[in-house]
Design a protein around this ligand. Structure first.
Ligand code: NAD
Ligand code: TYD
Length: 349
């Protein structure tokens, strides 16, 4: 085992992947964990309720762009895992300005504090979307960034700033690029929670375009274990893909495949799928090659059918968690359902 730590600063730890990472880290590592999160619509203290009384856990509500606060927290930590981001492509199409501020300015603020306070290692949580879509084959870590949405462009910008801090200032940085992640506590605006909760409520499920887009679905536990592996053993200055590699195994799944699997699990009819206009600039296919991370000893544990069944069950049992969120998600859902109808969209703004 490579690096070890005492105190991790986890940004965005009240969101989907960050909160799952906090739970797993407290359960499996002896570290103290400090979460910095400003609780946007996607941040939710309910995601951290079961660790809130753990003496090794601290929650700080604040913005990653608050240099004074970040500097103070960084002085007390020896490692940063940076999850905080505006994370939804559809929202970035509606208005990308906050994406640039959070992703680029926020990351720069954290890097500067990490450098000044001499943290041992800075981990940037990035995404396969920075590679843009790939028609065939897989994206590898050395491929040039070619993002195509405001979300992925701002994530790619953040990756470049991280690399610059490694080269210019010698900061020990590592970057992870995860694929589409699913599991408990995912905000009901992304495909799987939208589909599962709409199906549970008997509402139509919007399918953008022809539904033949391909994503490499990765369970959040496998994603978090990949991040943990890179945190401890990743080489300074390097990036690591984290994906389920379904494509490589010949099991590429279209959105329609995934949605039908959800409906099968819930015993609902396929006519709940409602084809709507396509997302502008919609990336057709993502696929990752993950040999570099597998060489560090990581592998996925949860096959998609098992992970999906558990996730569907979680949403079926946790209406208390997602019902209050659906109201806010409603505007985005309305927007999504009407991608094809510019007049309706203009009227709704
Ligand atoms: P999420 O939207 O569920 O959570 C984001 C969290 O960041 C929220 O708790 C929010 O309050 C917080 N946050 C946002 N802006 C902030 C700011 N300025 N200061 C402090 N906190 C702020 O996102 P997620 O799906 O958990 O994604 C986490 C990270 O993983 C992101 O960087 C995302 O780009 C990356 N990622 C996500 C996926 C996926 O499929 N969800 C896949 C690969 C990579
Ligand atoms: P999403 O969960 O938004 O993730 P990303 O855009 O980051 O890949 O969308 C996953 C795929 O599902 C993407 O091809 C868009 C599509 N999609 C729908 O067809 N309907 C929906 O309601 C949503 C939210 C997404």
């Amino acid at each position: 085992m490579g690096r070890t730590f005492k105190r991790l600063l986890v940004t965005g730890g009240a969101g989907f992947i960050g909160s799952n990472f906090v739970h797993r880290t407290l359960a499996r590592r002896p570290y103290e964990v400090v979460v910095l999160d400003n609780l946007t619509y996607a941040g939710n203290l309910a995601n951290l309720a079961s660790v809130s009384s753990d003496s090794r856990f601290t929650f700080v509500q604040g913005d990653i762009r608050d240099a004074e606060l970040v500097d103070k927290l960084m002085a007390e930590a020896d490692q940063v895992v940076h999850f905080a981001a505006e994370s939804h492509v559809d929202r970035s199409i509606m208005d990308g300005s906050n994406f640039a501020r959070t992703q680029v300015v926020g990351t720069l603020t954290l890097l500067e504090a990490a450098r000044q306070q001499g943290v041992t290692c800075y981990l940037q949580v990035s995404t396969d979307e920075v590679y843009g879509h790939v028609e065939d084959g897989v994206s590898r870590e050395d491929d040039a960034p070619a993002p195509r949405s405001p979300y992925s462009a701002t994530k790619a910008g953040a990756d470049l700033v991280v690399n610059a801090y490694h080269i210019t200032h010698g900061l020990t940085t590592v970057v992870t690029r995860g694929s589409n992640t699913y599991g408990p506590h995912q905000y009901p605006e992304k495909l799987l929670p939208v589909a599962i909760t709409n199906a549970l409520d008997g509402k139509p499920i919007p399918v953008y375009g022809d539904g033949m887009q391909v994503r490499d679905w990765l369970h959040v536990d496998d994603h978090c274990d990949g991040i943990d592996r890179v945190l401890h053993d990743g080489a300074p200055g390097e990036a690591y893909n984290i994906g389920a590699e379904h494509e490589g195994l010949g099991h590429g799944r279209t959105n329609l495949d995934v949605l039908r699997a959800v409906l099968d699990l819930l015993g609902k009819p396929y006519d709940m799928l409602q084809f709507v206009g396509d997302r502008p600039g919609h990336d057709r296919r993502y696929a990752l090659g993950c040999e570099k991370l597998r060489a560090l000893g990581w592998q996925t544990v949860l096959p998609f059918p098992v992970g999906l069944e558990r996730t569907v069950q979680w949403y079926a049992e946790r209406r208390d968690w997602w019902e209050p969120l659906k109201q806010d998600a409603g505007y985005v859902a309305y927007y999504n359902r009407n991608y094809g109808d510019r007049e309706k969209l203009a009227a709704a703004r």
